[in-house]
Design a protein. Structure first.
Lengths: 350, 297
């Protein structure tokens, strides 16, 4: 790590730690931003680096959301009665119960989707290209439809997550969820960054560039594909668990398995920033979130129309994303060596 | 779980008949998808939304006092031009790009259409009443709405007309040539750009017909598009591109499957079972092919 990086990282860390006190009104927005960055970054592991464009990571996100909330409730109270009572709560978590439940819930929300990704990975990741994309799209929608029919987690009417306990300060809820999501973000960043400096990342890139050749060179592609997907699932589940507590209400198709919103957002953010780069999804998520929150209110009900237009425009005109554009403009900064003669010759050719 | 369906044979007959008549409609939509997939190498996620839009055209005619069956004529004409417009605005920029780009771009169009229809027509479930009455079969044990028979008949008629058109007409020949080899067709003087636009328009028109028929026989809702896309995708991958009898058969099979899933699992799991079936079919094909060290292309 060189000096510039150190300054950058410590700057971001200090900003992140101070942000809830500098902008107390935007705590929830900043927490959502952290979750979005986690989702985009981990989508990028198999979408950008591995070349397996999945619409189905929403499956792990929604699963994590339901699991975290159910564990948090189920550890102390009967789950069926909780969902039946709906909005009017007959049970109240004490602070100790709430945080204990949250901790266990988040662990479960991260582990179970990882295991599920490992189990279905062998079947699903044998599909390639658009078959994989459509199959995962189907998986996400099916999960939403099926969870909407299960009574114990609230079926169609939704599931209220435990309300934040009274710990004496009104600001505590926002700060708790902000720091929870911020530390998840740091954890994700460190994990992804260390993954990207290993041979594992090169293998994922080899799979993206030419899977048959990678296999011919003796790489067990299936093993690495499954591991890549499991890493995504781990962080998606974690993000889902946090988001469930943050939103406070889980609906099967509108919040948890929301393929139309979150499922597309994570793909879009990664593409906007630049697929297959470390910083791309982070920049993409930040810009997207600022755009979304800044302009959503102007559209007033036309958000989805704007979203549709935005998807089409980004996909058609910026398929390489911001990082791709920067890379084309300033290749030297990305460590690419340019032969000046060659470049001039190309310009002349044009 | 409800296993009434096995105890009363008449329910089985009812489910099969309903399923087959429904499946013919699915097959018509899937034929459009196979056409554009084969010719332009595009998977159109907005397919289902085009269907629903066609349904709303028929529904609007019904609201203004015109018999909705005329929608079968009007919807495809409007949808053809809309399809060409979509092609000119978006699709022609993604035709020769990565398939994922086309999936994502049409996903954007799908979201756009969904929401525009929601604004224009409201979020209610509607149907256009055709007043065709019903036919009772087997001692009044099986109810068969005449509108379903009508829709199946019209779908078959359109499919036959289209097949003949593709075989005989000049444009049809150009479309088939482009599907075989776009470069060679271009060299031999086929204006592929025009062929692509026409293909997308024909696909949209087929969706319009199917949508008008769906609004007569079943119900439509702005958000019901995606299941139709997934159904047609499923039918195409089971039947393969350019296999018309296969498309018809697997369409009917899917219809029957859905009716039985509806009876056995309950209506709330109907759409979920369709999506799960897609995953299962893809996984099955993947394991079958992987024995020969191949994969789905």
């Amino acid at each position: 790590m060189n000096k510039n990086n150190l300054i950058l990282y410590s700057g971001i860390l200090i900003f992140g730690l101070a942000a809830p006190f500098l902008f107390p009104a935007f705590k929830v927005q900043l927490s959502i931003l952290c979750v979005l960055i986690v989702l985009a970054t981990t989508w990028n592991i198999q979408g950008g680096e591995m070349g397996y464009n999945s619409f189905g990571n929403i499956l792990f996100y929604g699963l994590g959301m339901y699991l975290c909330a159910s564990v948090q409730v189920g550890m102390f109270f009967p789950l069926a009665e909780w969902t039946e009572s709906g909005g009017e709560k007959t049970f109240v978590h004490t602070p100790a119960q709430f945080f204990q439940g949250m901790a266990v819930g988040l662990v479960v929300a991260a582990i179970v989707p990882t295991i599920i990704a490992g189990l279905i990975g062998y079947s699903i990741l044998g599909l390639r290209g658009h078959y994989f994309a459509i199959c995962t799209l189907g998986l996400g929608v099916a999960a939403g439809e099926i969870s909407g029919g299960i009574e114990i987690i609230g079926a169609g009417q939704g599931f209220t997550t435990p309300p934040f306990p009274d710990v004496g300060s009104l600001e505590a809820r926002g700060e708790f969820f902000y720091f929870l999501s911020f530390f998840t973000l740091i954890l994700t960043f460190i994990a992804v960054r260390s993954i990207y400096s290993t041979r594992f990342k090169l293998i994922l890139n080899a799979i993206r560039d030419n899977e048959d050749k990678a296999e011919a060179m003796g790489i067990e592609t299936m093993k690495y594909k499954i591991i890549g997907w499991m890493i995504s699932a781990f962080f998606c589940g974690l993000a889902g668990g946090i988001m469930g507590g943050l939103v406070g209400y889980i609906d099967s198709t509108d919040v948890a398995f929301d393929g139309r919103e979150m499922g597309v957002f994570m793909v879009l953010m990664a593409i906007l920033g630049g697929k297959g780069t470390l910083w791309g999804p982070i920049i993409g998520a930040t810009i997207f979130h600022i755009f979304k929150e800044g302009f959503w209110t102007f559209f007033l009900g036309w958000q989805y129309v704007a979203l549709g237009v935005l998807i089409v425009v980004i996909v058609i005109y910026f398929p390489e994303g911001i990082m791709g554009w920067l890379r084309e403009k300033y290749p030297e900064r990305f460590g690419e060596v340019i032969d000046e003669k060659d470049r001039k010759a190309q310009v002349e050719l044009k | 779980m409800d296993f009434m369906v096995f105890q009363y044979p008449m329910i089985t007959v009812q489910a099969c008949l309903d399923g087959i008549l429904l499946g013919i409609l699915f097959a018509l939509i899937a034929y459009g998808m196979a056409l554009q997939w084969g010719v332009m190498n595009i998977i159109n996620i907005a397919q289902g939304d085009l269907v629903i839009l066609g349904g709303y055209i028929a529904y609007f005619m019904y609201l203004y006092g015109i018999h909705p069956a005329w929608g079968v004529i009007v919807a495809p004409v409007i949808m053809y031009f809309l399809g060409v417009l979509i092609y000119k605005l978006v699709i022609n920029k993604v035709v020769d790009r990565d398939l994922f780009i086309s999936i994502l771009a049409t996903f954007g169009i799908s979201i756009l259409f969904m929401q525009l229809m929601n604004f224009a027509f409201g979020a209610d479930v509607v149907l256009a009443n055709s007043d065709y009455g019903t036919t009772m079969l087997f001692n009044n044990n099986v109810v068969l709405p005449n509108s379903k028979l009508f829709s199946a008949f019209i779908s078959i008629l359109f499919a036959i007309c289209l097949v003949i058109y593709m075989k005989k007409s000049k444009l049809g020949r150009a479309i088939r040539a482009t599907a075989q080899n776009a470069r060679a067709a271009k060299i031999l003087g086929v204006d592929t750009e025009k062929v692509y636009a026409a293909t997308f328009g024909i696909n949209a028109a087929l969706c319009g017909v199917a949508g008008a028929l769906i609004s007569i026989t079943f119900t439509i809702h702005p958000y019901m598009g995606l299941p139709y896309t997934i159904r047609s995708f499923m039918i195409v991958i089971v039947a393969g591109l350019g296999n018309l009898p296969g498309v018809a058969m697997s369409g009917m099979g899917l219809g029957v499957f859905e009716e039985f899933a509806d009876y056995i699992l309950g209506t709330e799991f109907r759409i979920g079972s369709v999506f799960l079936l897609l995953v299962l079919i893809l996984v099955y094909r993947r394991f079958k092919l992987s024995r020969k060290r191949e994969y789905l292309k």
